[in-house]
Write a protein that binds this ligand. Sequence first.
Ligand SMILES: Cc1cc2nc3c(=O)[nH]c(=O)nc-3n(C[C@H](O)[C@H](O)[C@H](O)COP(=O)(O)O)c2cc1C
Length: 386
Amino acid sequence: MKNLYFSLRGFITYSIYRFILRPVIFLWLPEIAHNKLKYFGKALSSNQLGRSLLNTLFFYKNKSLNLTINGISYKNPIGLSAGFDKDGELTDAYPELGFGFAELGSFTGKICPGNPGVGRRLFRMPKSKSILVWYGLNNQGAEAISSRLANKEFRIPIGVNAAKSNLTPEFNLTDSINDYLKTLRCFQGIGDYFTINISCPNTQDREPFVDKDNLEALLSAISEQRADNRPIYVKLAADLEIDEINTIVDACLKFKMDGVVLTNLAKPEFNKEYVKDELVFHKGAMSGLPLQRISTNVIRHVYRRTRGKLTIIGVGGVFNAEDAYEKITSGASLVELITGMIFEGPQLIGEINRGLVELLEKDGFSSIEQAIGSKNPLPKLASEIG
Ligand SMILES: Cc1cc2nc3c(=O)[nH]c(=O)nc-3n(C[C@H](O)[C@H](O)[C@H](O)COP(=O)(O)O)c2cc1C
């Protein structure tokens, strides 16, 4: 009976989104639509009536999805990925939508307006099920955002994603490290885990922390400043060579990071899995389906190389429960998404969680924790890892 109710609810909310709301939302420029939706979501979730409505329409829970990762308890493994809520404004809405956690940001040490061309920094690629992103880390800055969030009670675990301010094309190692450290200091005591984003594809000075010496200097400074045992994860780019992935992952182990987020957006020049005529802007990087296979392959590799010692948060092209389950059985403990929610609607989170429960039952697991890495057996010999 309960299942019938959730199936019906999912069908109705999907149909309303897909055939009424989405066509309207897609009439606006994507960045304008993003801002309007955030405004609407904030207004709706700011009062009890609005929150109850969201809860009735979207919330889903099941005990078999509960898990504890690096000491943090999650009600389910599906989270919001960084970039949707760049100023941390919608935290009252996420628990009602059924998210197990939400990663906010990226936040930067200095106030950051992002790349020029406000209103024209996002491009929809519907046939490719992707969004071309050219934001460039626009956010109000760590100080203002952390002051606003300081006394807020979050009802789900919150990730604080820290990136380096995108203000100049010149790279300065000391200034850049201090920029990250400032965000970590500002958010001391706020949120549940940190993500160090070294992989924004849209910054003026590119991705300097792929370089081993720069990365080790950053991670060493972060380790020294670490004031509590809150987990720290490092977010990797999608377009890395295998040697670069190995270097970053080895550094994460060396400096006792807790895990990695795999992966950030994919640059079109390294990725052919999109419909060519949809690429109407020559800068930026793609989310969604073009990223799906790449991120899952990176998850598989990192899980094997680290023998599961680093927690993996898998992200990229999750549009249904099967996509999320593939990332989990490949080695991800948690899964994040943005693009799936934009194309399929906010009911997707509950629907993925409901689908995960069925997939667990089918595979004979009583808990989601048992499924992590279950289809990516660890190699016996180091030479098999690559
Ligand atoms: C509009 C948009 C903005 C994003 N901004 C950020 C960001 O500020 N920091 C970050 O770490 N990732 C950012 N990302 C990348 C996402 O966190 C995620 O890694 C990527 O979109 C793949 O997930 P998806 O296919 O479910 O969208 C952004 C993605 C989108 C679509």
